[in-house]
Design a protein around this ligand. Structure first.
Ligand code: ADP
Ligand code: MG
Length: 625
């Protein structure tokens, strides 16, 4: 055969890649053994892809149809190689897949790096680190690969620092071989016994045979296909770790064997924690792998659970689909829809059960996945009523416990008809808001919504058990007037009108309306949303998304029983031109806007406050004399 001379080319890693590699090789020592799991999992993916393609085109297997993973260990020289006869990679694929993070599962990880080594290592545990984990145990790694779709093979070599090289290599078999010499401090992985036990621990379930130095090393028996009674807790946890590339315990698992209306087996896990929730309808990933009669068909199968349950990890194995299904077919298959219904009901049932019987467990679920449930309330209309039972939030009733809507309704006063909620940055900000004074005084419970998604979701719900959900932030509150007559304002009707009128002319375009308040107790004034508006927080969000968004104007409510307002009304009667009046009015307005987090321009507030203080000190001094 005529051997061509191939030149190796040098390339630079993407910048974030170097950062990731540095972190992996320098800070992650506790779970170094996962490097093997990551390499085996990549081989298994490559074999699955080839197998899937061969369902429609059997020719691509050629005479190399026995799909497997081979691990060769030289105990003496401490060299290790992992090879598979899967899809392989072309030169372009080698560069794109191993030189950039755009495609890799590690991308999500890198986007969350904090720069704080300790936190980042915890993060690594939660995401799989993928291929690059190999640099924890090797100084230099060689990847030889030939794509099933391309006769020319290539070798990729890197020390995992700034650069890598690629050169063409002739006569490579189809698939990928990763080889390296173990670092001195990683010599422990050069023992056959150690490698065997790592395979057993993490990769026993890989559905292709794994051979270690020519001997079978895994059972490759589908765990989900075994009867529940024969699977130990440890095996469940190991499989969870295999699926999620993690190292911890799941919160729970569901092992299901359904006969009707469709026949399938499933093993689903609820993890302990997940990536932060992003409310993005486009972001519809899934962690469910689909098998048909024990044969892997596809990973991230979105049709098997509603989008909001995308934190669930697991496998579904159907007897009712044909083997050569394509993604297009599975998307519209009635079988998939039925499995989805069944699984959704089971997961919801488990959650409802915890919510009822095991509050501690439910709250630990809620802490990690509450926002996913909220998303479900918004998007999964068919399950909305059940999901509302799972909803939890803070409330004025308990300083340190979350409440359900059912709990709120139970505590409602007999004459109370509506469920009140308020949105705020945190508990303290809410409790200091003038808008809550009336509710405090009259001991009416208010739900405290702290996260933006809460207001968004609850305002869309409208009702719970025939009770309207009403934000206390809106102007059309129908409040019982419980104030004793003697505490009522002593202003004449004409004085009332005059002072309200003066607020309007002074504030002009800044507010939509000025009206007397029923909700204020200790404060002189507050801002609320006009009825039928979106609420302050929603408007803030809209403004962030759209620079030109014009929110509705706020309504200013005035507490006519307040001393300050009454004094102001008297000054107005005596001398309408007194500049103190306008200063106080604008100060009240800006103070209220500041409390809401909506004061756009604070530059006039401070000199005005100083002016008012100077006046107060002057008067005070006179009264002391
Ligand atoms: P992930 O597996 O989450 O995508 P990795 O870092 O483990 O991330 O791998 C990056 C990519 O490299 C894979 O998506 C795959 O395209 C490619 N790759 C890695 N190992 C192999 C292999 N043995 N055969 C074919 N492609 C591979
Ligand atoms: Mg991988």
């Amino acid at each position: 055969m005529n051997q061509k001379n191939h030149q190796a080319e040098e390339f630079q890693f993407q910048a974030e890649m170097s950062q990731l590699l540095h972190l992996i090789t320098h800070s992650l020592y506790s779970h170094r053994e996962i490097f093997l799991r990551e390499l085996i999992s990549n081989s298994s993916d490559a074999l699955s892809k080839l197998h899937f393609n061969s369902l429609t085109d059997p020719n691509i297997l050629g005479d190399d149809g026995e799909l497997k993973i081979k691990i060769d260990l030289d105990e003496e020289n401490k060299t290790l190689s992992i090879s598979d006869n899967g899809v392989g990679m072309s030169k372009e694929e080698l560069m794109a897949n191993l030189g950039t993070i755009a495609k890799s599962g590690t991308a999500g990880f890198v986007s969350q790096l904090t720069g704080d080594a300790k936190k980042d290592v915890e993060l690594i545990g939660r995401f799989g680190v993928g291929f690059y984990a190999v640099f924890m145990v090797a100084d230099e790694v060689s990847v030889e690969s030939r794509s099933y779709a391309d006769p020319q093979g290539h070798r990729w070599v890197s020390e995992g620092t700034g650069t890598y090289s690629v050169e063409a290599v002739d006569d490579l078999p189809r698939g990928t071989k990763i080889s390296f010499t173990l670092k001195e401090d990683a010599a422990e992985f050069g023992s056959k016994y150690r490698v065997e036990s790592i395979i057993k621990k993490y990769s026993d379930f890989v559905s292709f045979p794994i051979e270690l130095n020519g001997e079978a090393a895994n059972q490759s028996k589908a765990l989900w296909a075994r009867p529940k009674s024969e699977v130990s807790d440890e095996e469940y946890t190991e499989f969870f770790n295999y699926l999620s590339h993690g190292t911890g315990e799941p919160l729970a698992h569901l092992h299901l064997d359904a006969e009707a209306p469709v026949q399938f087996k499933a093993l689903l896990y609820l993890p302990q924690e997940s990536a932060p929730h992003l409310f993005n309808p486009e972001e519809r990933d899934s962690k469910i792998n689909l098998y048909v009669k024990r044969v892997f068909i596809q990973s991230d199968c979105k049709e098997l659970l509603p989008a909001w349950m995308r934190f669930v990890v697991g496998v579904v194995d159907s007897e009712d689909l044909t083997l050569n299904v394509s993604r297009e077919v599975t998307q519209h298959s009635p079988v998939m829809a039925k499995i989805n219904q069944y699984l959704t009901k089971k997961v919801m049932g488990l959650l409802a059960d915890w919510a009822k019987k095991d509050e501690e467990k439910y709250l630990s679920f809620w802490k990690s996945f509450g926002n996913y449930v909220k998303e479900g309330i918004h998007t999964d209309y068919g399950n909305r009523d059940k999901l509302l039972e799972l909803y939890r939030c803070q409330s004025s009733a308990h300083p340190d416990r979350l409440t359900s809507l059912a709990g709120y309704v139970e505590r409602m006063k007999p004459e109370q008809e509506e469920i009140y909620y308020v949105f705020g940055k945190n508990r303290q900000a809410i409790e200091n808001s003038p808008n809550i004074e009336y509710f405090k005084k009259n001991e009416i419970e208010v739900l405290y919504l702290i996260e933006e998604i809460d207001e968004f979701v609850l305002s869309g719900v409208g009702q719970y058990k025939e009770k309207s959900l009403v934000t206390i932030d809106k102007a059309d509150l129908k409040l019982e007037d419980n104030q004793p007559e003697e505490e009522k304002e002593s202003l004449q009707d004409s004085a009332k009108e005059q002072i309200l009128e003066r607020f309007k002319t002074t504030l002009g375009e800044r507010v939509g309306e000025v009206i007397p308040s029923q909700r204020l107790v200790d404060s002189a004034a507050t801002l609320v949303a006009p009825k039928d508006s979106m609420g302050a927080n929603m408007e803030r969000m809209m403004k962030m998304m759209d620079q030109n968004f014009q929110g509705s104007k706020r309504v200013m409510e005035i507490n006519l029983s307040h001393r300050l307002i009454q004094n102001l009304a008297q000054i107005l009667e005596k001398d309408a031109a007194d500049s103190l009046i306008d200063d106080v009015i604008v100060q009240l307005y800006e103070g209220a806007a500041l409390l809401e987090g909506n004061l756009e321009n604070p530059t006039e507030m401070v000199p005005r406050a100083n002016r008012l203080m100077a006046m107060a000190a002057e008067l005070h001094l006179k009264s002391l004399a």
